[in-house]
Design a protein around this ligand. Structure first.
Ligand code: FMN
Length: 319
């Protein structure tokens, strides 16, 4: 059975992690993923600390399995959310949009594991010295905020330069992706877009349907000029954002324009004027399924592929 270092590190059955996603990775999804043997992660986004505490408590009511919290370091409430997480002592913290280095010692003292999301080798090396327990190496195929390197190129380069386990993210949505990540040397995968299209996810049904209807070329990047590029389904808002970026208005004005748009897209289902965060793998997702089915199908498919490869090599360890 598929079991890796990441399973031992977090006490989980399968090496499948549901990425923390602002607005949509709430207790319902997190508890379902952890209950099904993966690791669910609450996405605190720009929410206030009270919301984060409530979601932690709601998750604990629904599962006794390990789960984590994602902290968006550019959130105005990041410091308060960190304090909540330190008090609540969840299994693991992942961090997005920034350098969590200064906070790592406090998490470690509280017995909380730290798994920063990195998009470059340099940040991984620096954070390993600061005490990170594992990394998510996230390629630019992903939905949400992105770096500049693809998953295929980033993952082995990070693995070569750090000694702790690395989880691959970006462009993974089935057993083929999981098997490929393991072949690259990753100890597991983190998925976002696939889990948005799960029955348990609170995302608006029209947004889920937009992902299901998407083709391979349906996503686009906006916000390059703000320093926080974002991948989402291409829609009217993306075009409006590009137009604004061309006018040369300040980063503050652009950020102001983007305010509230993620909630509008993900929760209110405004397909024209909302941000519809999704990765390039959206084109392969064709059905809303339960979390349990997503995870079990993925594991069975990855195991079958690995067995086939083994047989192709003669099945005797020649490979
Ligand atoms: C709707 C959505 C919201 C996201 N929000 C966050 C976030 O708040 N913090 C974060 O670190 N990553 C965020 N991500 C990235 C995911 O955690 C995950 O790493 C990524 O989706 C993996 O790529 P995939 O979409 O190809 O599976 C988000 C992704 C999506 C699709």
């Amino acid at each position: 059975m598929l079991k890796t270092a990441i399973c031992d590190l977090f006490g989980i059955k399968y090496p499948i992690i549901q990425g923390g996603m602002a607005h949509v990775a709430t207790a319902e999804l997190v508890a379902a993923v952890s209950d099904a043997g993966g690791l669910g992660i609450i996405g605190t986004g720009s929410a206030e600390a009270g919301w984060a505490r409530e979601q932690i408590h709601l998750t604990r009511k629904q599962t006794d399995k390990p789960f984590g919290v994602n902290i968006l370091l550019i959130s105005p409430f990041a410091e308060q959310v960190i304090d909540v997480v330190l008090e609540e002592k969840v299994t693991v913290v992942t961090t997005g949009a920034g350098n969590p280095g200064p906070y790592i010692p406090r998490f470690k003292e509280a017995g909380i594991k730290v798994m920063p999301v990195v998009a470059s080798v340099a940040l991984g090396r620096r954070l390993e010295r600061a005490g990170a327990d594992a990394f998510v190496a996230e390629g630019m195929e992903s939905g949400g905020e992105i770096g500049q390197i693809t998953t295929m190129a980033l993952v082995p380069q990070v693995i070569d330069k750090v000694t702790v386990p690395v989880v691959a993210a970006g462009g993974i949505a089935d057993g083929r992706g999981l098997a490929a990540a393991l072949v690259l040397g990753a100890q597991g995968v983190q998925m976002g877009t696939r889990f948005v299209c799960s029955e348990e996810c609170v995302a608006h049904p029209d947004y889920k349907q937009a992902i299901i209807d998407a083709s391979d070329r349906a996503t686009a990047i906006s916000g390059q000029s703000t320093g926080y590029p974002m991948r989402a389904l291409e829609n009217k808002l993306v075009h409006d954002f590009w137009e604004k970026e061309k006018t040369g208005i300040s980063v503050e004005e652009l950020m102001e324009f983007g305010m509230g748009k993620v909630r509008l897209g993900l929760i209110e289902g405004d397909l024209e004027n909302g941000t519809l965060l999704a990765g390039q793998i959206a084109g392969m997702i064709k059905e809303v399924k339960s979390v349990k089915v997503i995870i079990e199908e993925m594991i069975a498919e990855a195991e079958a592929i690995i067995a086939q490869l083994h047989n192709a090599m003669g099945g005797s360890g020649r490979g």
